[in-house]
Design a protein around this ligand. Structure first.
Ligand SMILES: Cc1ncc(COP(=O)(O)O)c(C=O)c1O
Length: 502
């Protein structure tokens, strides 16, 4: 695979000093044009950010912003430490610059600052609608969902001619559901709040987005876990906030490292029960440190408890929200993992003085989440079915987690260390040796195995440890065994010296 020299492209990429466009945007446009006219072709390695920055006399941040945007949109591929390449398949057709076009070039739409920050396509996973294949993470086993029961609860509601559920209602959510959530979560997770503090949202992503919009201004610094959840990166980018990656170790987010990086931040985003993606649980000591810092610094903590219901080892540690006497925690829970993602129902538990503004913002964005689904879900929880379903899934997931650990022990020994899951629905397979997780992931995809590269969850680490995010909850033991065997073949090929495409 060829590497294009910086001198060869610097002329075409040089920024226009008269232009009012930000430098990174000019560079983004020019690089994209080079790709779409075929001047830079699939697989070509582009010069490093350091060299490009020096040749173009711009800051390295400018180059990195442009390149990150092109990676996010699918024009480039690569990661810190492995190089950046023109993607094999780019999102638009390639049209050579000299090809006569019957149409004048379309004028680029003038987006708002928010529109500019939206990347298209956000990720190929967003458009994915197929059957889950091992090891796609974050998906529950649809075949084990209690369809008949849910159907009975739904038809009972519909048969009662529920006019109040067809109407507009409280944007904060259907009160019986908010009560059911608090009753359940106070026991299961130690949440301490009144039902009125629960705001029902359309999926955790809306909760992240709403919280970022209401509490952050462009440029506001926010701690985010490194490696971290891409959904939160998106919410912060859309808001123009300054995301400050903070390392995660075996005890969770490193609070001291965070303070020494940037003490005065507006918010910390954490996944303490089961860190996404590494899977560690934040220790009680760290939780208390974080709460103390938030109180002292007048900062918010956004606690994303996305799959806390599944714990296989050790004591469950109560949610930060329940340990917080000062009202600094905004708690986010979702039914995506315990029920199914298309339900799009999740909830925020916010301090009392935030309730009215969050409710008004929810109303301004989409008025309310679907009331009929909220009512069916309330019946499901009140009838004890949620607790029963979670108990049943916990047993099955633990068996599947064990199946994965054993299959990895058989098939991947010496090549991948699969961490025994303590919680949640996925774990990490740490790749040994000098293997690119992106290369493994690409080859695995060809073998119909989904193995997301861990390195894509890092933003600020020069050489992230290579690993694969392995979901196990949705797959039978036989599927896990077969996919692990396929992965073993892939890793052998990826590690062979003949391949050099990081
Ligand atoms: C860290 C984290 N938060 C939240 C979610 C759930 O998001 P949603 O409720 O929007 O489906 C996920 C799902 O993958 C996740 O990994």
């Amino acid at each position: 695979m060829s590497r294009v020299s910086s001198a060869a492209v610097a002329g075409a990429l040089a920024p226009d000093p008269q232009s009012s466009e930000p430098l990174y945007r000019q560079l983004y446009d020019k690089l994209r044009r080079q790709i779409l006219t075929g001047a830079l072709s699939a697989g070509q390695q582009i010069p490093s950010t350091r060299i490009l920055a020096a040749d173009l006399c711009v800051s390295r941040n400018t180059v990195m912003n442009a390149i990150e945007q092109l990676i996010a949109e699918g024009y480039l591929e690569g990661a810190a430490g492995t190089g950046t390449f023109v993607a094999a398949v780019v999102p638009e057709p390639i049209t050579p610059a000299d090809a006569a076009s019957p149409h004048p070039p379309a004028r680029a739409p003038r987006w708002s600052a928010f529109g500019e920050r939206v990347t298209v396509p956000r990720s190929p996973a967003d458009a994915w609608e197929g059957q889950p294949a091992p090891f796609r993470p974050g998906i529950p086993p649809f075949d084990l969902f209690p369809f008949d029961l849910w159907g009975r609860l739904a038809s009972r509601r519909w048969r009662r001619r529920p006019f109040e559920l067809l109407n507009y209602g409280d944007p904060a959510g259907y009160l019986p559901l908010r009560r059911a959530v608090i009753d359940y979560m106070s026991v299961a997770r130690g949440i301490r709040a009144a039902a009125e503090q629960v705001i029902i949202v359309s999926g955790a992503q809306q909760g992240l987005e709403l919280t970022a919009r209401l509490l952050l201004d462009p440029g506001d610094p926010v701690w985010i876990e490194e490696p971290g959840y891409h959904g939160m990166w998106t919410a912060l980018r859309l808001q123009g906030a300054d995301a400050i990656p903070v390392p995660v170790d075996d005890a969770g987010l490193d609070v001291q490292a965070a303070i020494s990086r940037a003490r005065r931040v507006k918010m910390a985003y954490v996944t303490p029960s089961h860190q996404f993606p590494r899977g560690v649980t934040m220790t009680l000591g760290r939780r208390l440190d974080l709460l103390h810092w938030a109180e002292q610094s007048d900062a918010w903590i956004l606690e994303d408890d996305y799959d806390a219901e599944f714990r296989y080892a050790g004591r469950p540690i109560p949610a930060l929200q329940g340990l917080d006497p000062h009202g600094r925690v905004i708690y986010l829970g979702t039914f995506t993992k315990v029920l199914f993602p298309a339900l799009r129902l999740a909830y925020l538990v916010v301090p009392p003085d935030l309730v009215d503004r969050f409710t008004a913002a929810k109303a301004a964005i989409d008025r309310q989440s679907p009331r009929m689904d909220q009512a069916i879900l309330a019946d499901f929880i009140e009838g004890g079915h949620l607790a029963r379903h979670i108990r049943r899934m916990r047993t099955i997931y633990l068996e599947r987690a064990e199946a994965l650990v054993h299959a990895a022990d058989r098939e991947l020994k010496g090549a991948v260390d699969v961490a025994r899951p303590q919680a949640g629905m996925h774990t990490i397979g740490w790749l040994r040796g000098d293997v690119s997780d992106r290369a493994v992931s690409r080859l695995a995809g060809d073998a119909h195995v989904v193995a997301w590269p861990l390195s894509t969850c890092y933003r600020d680490t020069a050489a992230p440890p290579p690993g694969l995010i392995l979901g196990f909850a949705a797959y039978t033991e036989a599927e896990i065994a077969e996919a692990t065997r396929a992965l073993a073949g892939v890793i052998t090929r990826a590690a062979s010296p003949a391949r050099s495409d990081g």
